[in-house]
Design a protein around this ligand. Sequence first.
Ligand SMILES: [Zn+2]
Length: 87
Amino acid sequence: MTRDLEIDCDELVEIVTDYLEGALDADARRRFTEHLEVCTDCDAYVDQMRETVRLTGTLTEDDLRPDMRDKLLAAFRGWEAGTPRLP
Ligand SMILES: [Zn+2]
């Protein structure tokens, strides 16, 4: 695992739909929210996803296409490297 987090950014992105649908168990949900508290990138990402759900009323796998996910993760890594970049 990376840093002192129980889940890393990749894992968080994997389970974000489950989180937004309330499908995570209590333990996974705790790890998820703990990650958000220390990772502003993922916090912003989850806010974005939440907004998507609000606008569309649904969240499908299509909203998390692998290419889109890779772009987001690349952007996260850019921020971590100290080169801010908009997704
Ligand atoms: Zn993160």
